[in-house]
Design a protein around this ligand. Structure first.
Ligand code: SF4
Length: 223
């Protein structure tokens, strides 16, 4: 592999991924934006439903829920059992239904019914961690933030763009090498790549167009 700096290598990888992922199914968040526009509340709810749940399950659940509620005010008048029924079978659906009610209540009480647009305020909401906060900032508000989910964490390490143990370390290292204009898109591209090519157990390196730029770190069983 030719020696190029990490930023140039990351930008080349992004350019290849843009082309190669053109026909892939978009991540759930992108589908929500295509359908509802940049609505921070819907991005927040969609992200919470997707935690530990595949997009193919969480997106239909979100769409069923949004038939009844697209605002915190709508949400708090839905009975807990109805929310549970609507979002089933997402993982932890009981807990998530209660969380959606608690967050919506908090938004009404403390934020005038709106989703806040700072990381600190988002992190103050029940059940909201860095990953969710960054997704809401980047996709809901168009504020530069890198959402590091399981795909971004795994693939950025395999690519040798970062050397990290935790997603937060990955985020900090990526912020140093990626220009801000790529931060939001990086999540979208790597989620699609992680779902289709660079899968957790057995990545399809032989079919991967970024293989010449990838040291495949930690990918011991590739196809
Ligand atoms: S070459 Fe293999 S390890 Fe590297 S990004 Fe592609 S699929 Fe993942």
């Amino acid at each position: 592999m030719a020696v190029i700096n990490q930023t140039d290598r990351a930008i080349k990888i992004i350019a290849i991924l843009r082309q190669a992922s053109k026909n892939m199914v978009r991540p759930a968040t992108v589908s929500l934006i295509e359908r509802y526009g940049r609505n921070p509340y819907l991005i927040l709810v969609g992200c919470l439903l997707s935690l530990r749940t595949k997009d193919s399950v969480s997106l239909p659940a979100a769409l069923r829920l949004f038939e009844l509620a697209t605002t915190p005010q709508d949400m708090i008048v839905i009975p807990l059992n109805t929310i549970m029924d609507l979002i089933y079978p997402v993982g932890f659906y009981r807990k998530k239904a209660a969380l959606l009610l608690a967050i919506s209540q908090e938004l009404i009480q403390n934020f005038g019914g709106n989703v806040p647009d700072t990381r600190e305020e988002l992190l103050s909401l029940p059940g909201v961690g860095h990953k969710t906060a960054n997704l809401v900032l980047s996709q809901g508000f168009n504020i530069p933030a890198i959402c590091v989910d399981t795909h971004v964490h795994r693939i950025a390490n395999r690519l040798g763009l970062v050397q990290s143990i935790t997603p937060q370390e990955t985020e900090e290292q990526l912020k140093k090498i990626l220009p801000q204009k790529y931060w939001s898109e990086f999540n979208t591209l790597l989620v699609m790549w992680g779902q289709n090519i660079c899968t957790p157990r057995s990545p399809r390196c032989s079919a991967c167009p970024i293989a010449p730029l990838c040291p495949k770190k930690g990918a011991t069983h590739s196809r």
